[in-house]
Design a binder for this molecule. Structure first.
Ligand SMILES: Nc1ncnc2c1ncn2[C@@H]1O[C@H](COP(=O)(O)OP(=O)(O)OP(=O)(O)O)[C@@H](O)[C@H]1O
Length: 353
C-alpha cells in the first residue's frame, strides 16, 4: 500500500515538518544526524508520538486518526525486544495472535516466518538462549508475521557486531524485495544500508527534509554538505561477478565482494573519491589495466582541504591543490583514472533502483 505522510510535530523547542511518499513495495531510507528528528518521524508513523498536525495515509486509511494497535504497522528496532518469558515460536506467534488469529493458526504462521528467516531450529528456545544475530532474525520474523502494510525499521543493524550484520542485511533485502505491497521506512545513519536496502532516501536535518531522491543519485551526487559528508561516494552500478563488478557496458571494476553480495545479482561498486588516482593521459605508466579508465574533467570543487575533481564518466577523485596545479587540471582536461582494487567494495544493490 502506498504511504503518503505530512507530519508536523513539536517536542519542546524541536520542530519537525516533513512530507514524503513511499510507493507500495518500496523502501524509503531516512538519513540524518543525531537529533534531526528520525525517531520523532518513526514515532509519528507508529503512533507512539502525537503530531500537532498530520495526515498519514496508508492506502485510504489515515493512520493519524487510529490508535497504534489498529495501524497495521510492524516495527523492527536495533534491540530485538523479544518477550523474555515466551519461546521463540510464541514471540513470533504473538503478532498474528494480536491480529485475531487463533492459537494454532498463529503458530502455523509463526513457523512459516521462522523458516523464512532461517531460524526454525530455535523455535523452542527462550530469547536469552539466542545470540544477538539469532535474536534479530526472530525479531524480523515477528515484525513480518503480523503482515503489516507498513514496516518501520529503526537502525535494524546498529546493535549487531560486524560478523552478524551482513547476514541480517541480506535477510532484510530478501524479505523486503519479496513483497510488492508493503511500504517500508528505514531509519539509518549508514549510507551503505540505504544503498543495499532502500529505493529512495530522504535526508533529514533539524526536522526538515534537506534532500531526497533515488538512493544512488543522492548518495553519489549529494547536493548538501551533510549528505556529502556521510556519502559523497563513487558508485558504479552493474552485476556482481567473481572478481568485482561488471557494468552494463561490459567494463570490469575489480574489487572485493561484500559478504552479502550474490554473484549475478544487481550490485554497486563503492569507493571513496580518495581511492581514485589521476594521471595525465600521456603518462605511459601502467596502472592496473582493469581499473583504469579514460575520462575528461568536468568540474573542480573545493572540498575541505582537498579539491574534488568531477569527470564525464561520473567518478569523483580527491586531489591536493598542489596536484591539481601540477597536472594543470581544468574543465575539459583529458585524464586517466586509476582505482585501487583493494579500496573497492561491491555491495548488493536494492533491486528496484
Ligand atoms: N521528550 C522530548 N522532549 C523535548 N524534546 C525532545 C524529546 N525527545 C526528543 N526531543 C528533541 O527532539 C529532537 C529530535 O529527536 P529525535 O530523537 O527524533 O532525533 P533522531 O534523529 O532520532 O536522533 P538520534 O539519531 O540521536 O536518535 C532532538 O533535538 C531532541 O532533543
Amino acid at each position: 500500500m502506498m504511504l503518503r505522510a505530512e507530519i508536523e510535530l513539536s517536542r519542546g523547542t524541536f520542530d519537525l515538518a516533513v512530507d514524503f511518499e513511499v510507493p507500495a513495495g518500496t523502501v524509503l531510507a531516512i538519513l540524518g544526524p543525531n537529533g534531526s528528528g528520525k525517531s520523532s518521524l518513526l514515532g509519528s508513523l507508529s503512533g507512539l508520538l502525537r503530531p500537532r498536525r498530520a495526515k498519514i495515509l496508508l492506502g485510504d486509511r489515515d493512520l493519524h486518526q487510529l490508535p497504534p494497535h489498529d495501524r497495521s504497522v510492524g516495527l523492527l528496532s536495533q534491540d530485538p525486544l523479544l518477550f523474555p518469558h515466551l519461546s521463540v515460536l510464541d514471540n513470533v506467534a504473538f503478532s498474528p495472535r494480536s491480529k485475531g488469529a487463533g492459537r494454532a493458526e498463529a503458530r502455523q504462521i509463526a513457523r512459516r516466518w521462522l523458516a523464512e528467516v532461517d531460524a526454525a531450529e530455535f523455535e523452542r528456545r527462550k530469547p536469552a538462549q539466542l545470540s544477538g544475530g539469532q535474536a534479530q532474525r526472530v525479531a524480523v520474523a515477528r515484525a513480518l508475521a503480523g503482515e503489516p502494510d507498513l514496516l518501520l525499521l529503526d537502525e535494524p543493524l546498529a546493535a549487531l557486531d560486524v560478523d552478524a550484520a551482513p547476514a541480517i542485511r541480506g535477510l532484510l533485502r530478501r524479505v523486503l524485495s519479496a513483497n510488492a505491497t508493503r511500504a517500508t521506512v528505514l531509519v539509518t545513519h549508514d549510507p551503505l544500508d540505504a544503498l543495499a536496502l532502500a529505493d529512495h532516501v530522504l535526508v533529514l536535518t533539524e526536522g526538515r527534509a534537506l534532500e531526497r531522491g533515488p538512493t544512488r543519485e543522492v548518495l553519489a551526487a549529494p547536493r548538501t554538505a551533510f549528505t556529502a559528508r556521510i556519502a559523497g561516494l563513487n558508485l558504479v552500478a552493474g552485476t556482481a561477478v567473481d572478481d568485482g563488478l561488471r557494468t552494463d557496458e561490459g567494463r570490469l571494476i575489480a574489487g572485493m565482494l561484500a559478504e552479502d553480495a550474490a554473484l549475478g545479482e544487481p550490485a554497486v561498486a563503492v569507493f571513496a573519491p580518495s581511492a581514485v588516482a589521476v594521471y595525465p593521459v600521456e603518462d605511459g605508466r601502467p596502472g592496473s589495466p582493469r581499473n583504469t579508465m579514460a575520462a575528461s574533467v568536468t568540474a573542480l570543487e573545493p572540498h575541505g582541504p582537498v579539491i574534488r575533481l568531477r569527470t564525464d564518466v561520473g567518478l569523483a577523485a580527491d586531489l591536493t591543490p598542489a596536484a591539481v596545479a601540477d597536472l594543470r587540471l581544468e574543465p575539459g582536461t583529458p585524464v586517466r583514472l586509476d582505482i585501487k582494487a583493494t579500496t573497492v567494495t561491491v555491495y548488493p544493490a536494492s533491486l528496484t533502483v
